[in-house]
Each structure stands twice: as C-alpha cells, then as structure tokens.
Design a protein around this ligand. Structure first.
Ligand code: CP
Length: 303
C-alpha cells in the first residue's frame, strides 16, 4: 500500500482492506500519535464536503501533520482555466499526498497518472468513494462483530450513489446478500449486478422494504443525489421516495444497525436518531480512525 494511490476500492485486496480496518481499530484506541511530523497533506475539494474533508483534516492534525488545500475550487486557479493536470502536477510539488474530490468520474484515476505523489480519491462523480467504504466496513464489523454472511439492505439512490458502488464491490468479498431498494428510475446499474453475478452473489431488487425490514442486519440509507440529475423534474419525483421512521424499526433484528454516509436530507426521520439501532453519527466519527490508517499506510509510516 506504500506509495500507492487509492482510487477504487478494488485497488485494495481483501487482505489489505482488513489491514486498514485493524489499523483503524488501533487509532480508535490511541488517536493522537505524532507520526506525521514534517509531512504535508493536500486536500483539493472541487465539490462540497463536510465529513470527508474535515475527517481527513482531523486525522492529519491528530497525527501531527500539516494540511494545505482548498474547500472551494472557485478560490483556486481552476477558475482561471488551469487544467486538472497542471493543478495536480503543481500540488504534487507542495505535498506528500493529495486527497481529491472532483465531480468528473475518472478524474481521480487521471490525477494518479499525472501526479508524482499518491492520490486518495475522496469521491469522483457517481463512480467511487473508497475511503467512505473503508469506514463503512469498519462500522459494519464493529457493530456486527463480523463482515461475512450479512443481509445488507441498500436504500435510495443506487444509480448515482458512489458510496453504494464502492460498498457493493467491497462487500462482495464477504458473501453478503444484497437487498437493493430504490425507485425504478434509480436502480442499481447493470454493471454492478454483473459484478455480483460473476461472483455468484445473491441480490434482490425491491421498490419498498417495509415488509422485509425484519430480515436486515444493516440498512444503508442514502440521499438522492440532486447534483447528478440533469432533469430537476426527475429529482423532484424521487427525492422523498424513502423516509425511514422509528416505527418501522419495530420487529427488526436486535443486531440491526442503520448506516448512512450522510449528509441526510429527508431519508431518515430525526425520530430514529435516539434509537440504539441508529449508528450514522458514530459511523462518521469512524472516518477519522479509518483515514488515519489509510494515510499512515500510504506514507509507509505503518505497515
Ligand atoms: N459521506 C460524505 O462523503 O460526506 P461529505 O459529502 O460531507 O464529505
């Protein structure tokens, strides 16, 4: 993992994923370690973010490193017409590792080809969000005690949700049974179903999950990705397709946990927040430990 970019969750083998999770558990026990002294991490966010950018920056600060970058690309020379290639080549000269979020699918892979320091993909369009997936796996293992043989319900925008795409590919290592719940307009794309078919993994598609919620170990709620729609009318049709309410958790399994990559809009009612089955805010906290693990492995400070 040393000096390697992380662009897709498939850049890491199952063994490497487990190494990240084990190391993250160590950082949860001891989050303040001065191992990044003298290291500079750049965070280049061409799209908005709260959790991903701030948890990366918290991770670096807790490890004694320094942060440079921007959270609003209009303050960068991209606004003057500078290419992504020139931006990445320049920032490579200023930093040891670049964390980048960008609206264009494939931009992170491209950045890893033109840059001279490792790139961590913090989300590229509707494609991939691998560090979110690593914190999701950490959260699932922590709450379920295992990753294998779980019933994973993924609810909402399965077409544009990059966290969904990365999570599906990662959970394929662990013999999950997938329950895809979405409006018909936002179904899981065929390429991801083929991915599961090739691995003989079971999946089911539904438009409602109230009758089957009792079978879930994990319900992974997602926001309808307004920013990916070309037609605002289509967004309006689907934006409130699912609203998880506390009453819907009656008769669900005791081990069930509700995850959400956040931000939430309407898809989880606030009356779920006090349920012992709600885990999404702790999930976001787990992002700090997981990102500490990712950074320290890529920079060769842990192995
Ligand atoms: N989960 C996630 O990517 O959140 P942000 O958009 O706030 O970074």
């Amino acid at each position: 993992m040393k000096n390697r970019s992380l662009i897709s969750i498939n850049d890491y083998s199952k063994e490497e994923i487990m190494r990240v999770l084990d190391l993250a558990a160590g950082f949860e026990q001891n989050p303040s370690q001065e191992i990044l002294n003298g290291k500079v991490i750049a965070t280049l966010f061409f799209e908005p973010s709260t959790r991903t950018r701030l948890s990366f920056e918290s991770a670096v600060n807790r490890l004694g490193g320094k942060i440079i970058g921007f959270s609003d690309s209009t303050s960068s020379s991209a606004t003057k017409g500078e290419s992504l290639k020139d931006t990445i080549k320049t920032v490579s000269n200023y930093s040891d590792l670049i964390v980048m979020r960008h609206p264009i699918e494939g931009s992170a892979r491209y950045a890893s080809e033109v840059g001279t320091v490792p790139i961590v993909n913090a989300g590229d369009g509707a494609n991939q969000h691998p560090t979110q997936t690593l914190l999701d796996l950490y959260s699932i293992r922590k709450t379920q005690g295992k990753l294998e043989d779980l019933n994973l319900f993924i609810v909402g925008d399965l077409k544009y949700g990059r966290t969904v795409h990365s999570l599906l590919m990662a959970m394929a290592h662990f013999n999950a049974t997938f329950f895809f719940i979405s409006p018909k307009e936002l179904r899981i794309p065929a390429e991801y179903k083929m991915y599961l078919d090739q691995r003989n993994l079971k999946y089911h598609e539904f438009t409602d999950f109230r009758e089957i919620a009792g079978e879930a170990d994990v319900i992974y709620m997602t926001r309808v990705q307004k920013e990916r729609f070309s037609d605002p009318i289509e967004y309006e049709k689907t934006k409130n397709a699912y609203v998880l309410k506390n009453a819907m958790l009656e008769n669900t399994r005791s081990n069930l946990r509700i995850l959400h990559p956040l931000p939430r809009v309407n898809e989880i009612s606030t009356d779920v927040d006090d349920s012992e089955k709600a885990y999404y805010f702790t999930q976001a906290l787990n992002g700090v430990y997981t990102r500490q693990a990712i950074i320290s492995l890529i920079l060769g400070l842990k192995n």
